[in-house]
Design a protein. Structure first.
Length: 359
């Protein structure tokens, strides 16, 4: 934090609808300043496909320095399907930031908000409130840009290390403990494929060792295929799940689908000293500039940022502010806001104003 106690937030608007959903999140944070005792200083920086087209880089060094110096990083959706590196991969500064700042814990909450439809029968009565924790720097993604391709085959290498896995499991058990203190079950499920791959047996062994250090948390283990089947049958049975990078990439999108879609889903990538907060959705170039984008995921990502800052700096006011934002979003939807992806008529402006009014 700076000398004037203002929290310095690096703001990377990104591409497509990224800047369109970032603006409402910043509005909400400015409203939070009133009466909360919190102060924010926002600094904009370039990142994404448009910056790559202009400069040949996904992010300038000045953006990386800003992210290093800031208290937290807010990131809009980045990348465009039509803009690619020479090897045909997409421009993904969000992934580059994970590796640069060692953001090993990808936190993907999936909470069904009142008034939001779920495809799961019974979810409106039973509720959905779970968290996917995705290891974000290793697994199959460790091979990004390093795969070997020949005329007859292609190979990518999955990597799981003790150092990262042990930190990941400690983070996950602590999160389960915090959720238990807030009324949730306090259960953590390791999702793997330990019956087939030695790497995942290694992963599970470290999970079991961590479980012994956290006896207050109920520790479960599930194979990823069985977990997928159970998630679409009884998602309310899950609390916190931890898994390898690629499994987390897939299951976090799946759990977002259970709570109304990607537009409703916030996320964070957290390391020992830095953290990035962004919505799970993409840049949606097909609706860019039309006022249709749903800012809910971005707004809830800002609430996650406040909760993380509260823990990092011991700021109870920040934790309370994050809860206020979540309650305001709940009220906006309970009062009838219906985004266009649900077949409603409410676009970016309507949803933003409803949340601001609820605050």
């Amino acid at each position: 934090m700076s000398a004037n106690n203002a929290l310095h937030i690096a703001v990377l608007g990104g591409d497509g609808i990224g800047p369109e959903v970032m603006a409402p999140a910043l509005e909400v944070l400015r409203r939070i300043e009133n009466g909360s005792g919190l102060k924010f200083r926002f600094t904009d920086a370039a990142a994404g496909a448009n910056n790559y087209l202009a400069t040949g880089k996904s992010m300038p060094e000045s953006t990386v320095r800003l992210c290093d110096e800031a208290d937290a990083i807010l990131l809009g959706a980045c990348g465009m399907p039509s803009v690619r590196y020479p090897d045909n991969t997409e421009i993904m500064p969000q992934v580059e930031l994970r590796f640069h700042f060692d953001l090993y814990a990808g936190v993907r909450p999936a909470r069904l908000i009142p008034g939001v439809p779920s495809p799961i029968v019974g979810a409106d009565q039973r509720g959905i409130d779970l968290v996917v924790i995705r290891e974000s720097t290793e697994g199959l993604f460790a091979s990004m840009g390093k795969g070997v391709v020949t005329d007859v085959e292609a190979r990518e290498t999955l990597v799981i290390t003790r150092k990262t896995s042990e930190r990941l499991f400690e983070f996950s058990f602590r999160l389960a403990e915090r959720r238990k203190s807030r009324g949730r079950p306090g259960a953590l499920t390791c999702v793997d494929k330990a019956n087939v791959f030695k790497a995942f047996a290694f992963f599970r062994e470290m999970f079991d060792q961590a479980a012994k250090r956290h006896p207050a948390v109920r520790a479960d283990r599930l194979y990823v295929d069985a977990c997928s089947a159970l998630l679409v049958k009884r998602p309310w049975d899950f609390d916190v799940m931890v898994m390898e990078n690629m499994f987390g990439d897939i299951l976090s999108d799946m759990t977002a689908g259970l709570i109304g879609g990607m537009g409703m889903a916030p996320s964070a990538d957290i390391g020992d000293s830095h953290a990035v907060f962004q919505p799970c959705h993409g840049t949606a170039p097909d609706i860019m500039g039309q006022g249709k984008a749903n800012p809910t995921g971005m707004i809830l990502s800002a609430a996650m940022m406040l909760d993380w800052l509260a823990e990092k700096h011991g700021l109870e006011a920040a934790a309370e502010a994050g809860e206020r934002i979540e309650r305001a979003v709940d009220k906006a939807y309970a009062d009838g806001i219906k985004p266009m992806e649900f077949g409603g008529r409410n676009g970016t402006s309507d949803i933003t104003n409803a949340v601001l009014s609820a605050l």
